[in-house]
Unconditional design. Structure first.
Length: 333
């Protein structure tokens, strides 16, 4: 059976964000040599009330055909943003209607929020003691309202296992693609990204989108250095070498890089090397030692440490999970 994703449409919802789960989870299919296989996800939209209209922040309403009972059938529940706090009281409490709806969710269901949809998860207590994020402009208020939540305002999304939260608007696309990648591997997620005409993975975090004073006229960026580094991930790359590509001092380059990308050059390089390793583990039969060399980690020990830290599993387990899934799905059909 397809993995069932139930999207909770709340009054004051933002139509763009409501459409993200439908678009991203509606595309992945089981690989099939004769064409399109069966869908990997089934996406259903529900509201907190019996079927009927739901208000949006636009000049139109939407009609939802499922009531809150649909939440009880979900493998994953997604809560997109709604205008301001939506059905969450200013004191950080759920409305009675929303609390009754959330009571249908079964234990063990994966929970996902997009942008200020995190207010709903936090008010319900799902984020207590957990790391979470939301739109950078709401992060301070979110932290004050929910002091038990460990708010990180700098990242695009946070995967805390069975509870995942994203920053604003387009970061919901990043998070949904990440979920597809986690569930079915890089190849499936990349195919969805290509068909949606979005990057399969965006660098950095929210820091790059926060308004800052404009740089001096004529000042250079760091795109050329990033492009240069991506072409030689299998070789040692020093910070001073990247800075030289932009004719900057190391100090200036590091500051400009963090402003543009949201992370340090070293963190960015590690992210890119992990992505390279994921691709090689999924798409080749190279040994772990060779993957380590080709991804720029040098040794299998270093590769294991970085992959375990980033993905939560060692390289061999990751390969066993995603290298064989597509072939087994084809044989099953």
């Amino acid at each position: 059976m397809p993995h069932r994703v139930v999207v909770l449409a709340l009054d004051g919802l933002l139509p763009f964000e409501l459409g993200i789960p439908q678009r991203i989870f509606g595309l992945p299919r089981v690989p099939h040599p004769l064409g399109k296989g069966e869908k990997l996800y089934e996406v259903v939209t529900c509201s907190t009330r019996p079927p009927g209209p739901v208000l949006t922040d636009a000049d139109f309403h939407i009609v939802v055909e499922h009531g809150p009972e649909a939440l009880g059938t979900a493998d994953t529940v997604v809560v997109p943003a709604s205008y301001e706090l939506g059905p969450v009281h200013e004191e950080g409490r759920l409305t009675d209607e929303l609390a009754a709806a959330l009571a249908y969710i079964r234990p063990g269901t994966r929970l996902v929020s997009i942008c200020t949809g995190g207010y709903v998860l936090a008010a319900a207590g799902y984020l207590d003691g957990r790391p979470a994020t939301t739109h950078w402009a709401s992060a301070g208020h979110f932290q004050r309202l929910f002091p038990k939540v460990r708010v990180d305002p700098d990242v695009l999304f946070i995967d805390d296992g069975d509870v995942l939260t994203s920053a604003g608007v387009a970061a919901g696309i990043d998070l949904c693609l990440h979920i597809v990648r986690r569930d079915h591997g890089t190849a499936v997620a990349n195919d969805v990204a290509r068909r949606t005409v979005v990057p399969p993975h965006r660098d950095g975090g929210q820091a790059q989108f926060v308004r800052r004073p404009l740089p001096e006229t004529g000042s250079a960026g760091t795109a050329a250095a990033r492009s240069w580094a991506l072409g030689r991930l299998d070789r040692p790359i020093l910070l001073r070498d990247m800075a030289q590509q932009e004719s900057m001092s190391v100090r200036t380059f590091t500051r400009r890089f963090r402003d543009e990308v949201g992370v340090s050059p070293g963190q960015w390089l590690t992210q890119q090397r992990v992505e390279r390793a994921r691709h090689l583990l999924e798409s080749t039969d190279l040994s772990v030692d060779q993957v380590a060399r080709d991804a720029g980690f040098g040794t299998a020990t270093s590769l294991r440490q970085h992959v375990q830290a980033a993905l939560g599993v060692p390289p061999t387990v990751y390969r066993r999970t995603f290298r064989t899934r597509g072939a087994e799905a084809v044989r099953a059909h």
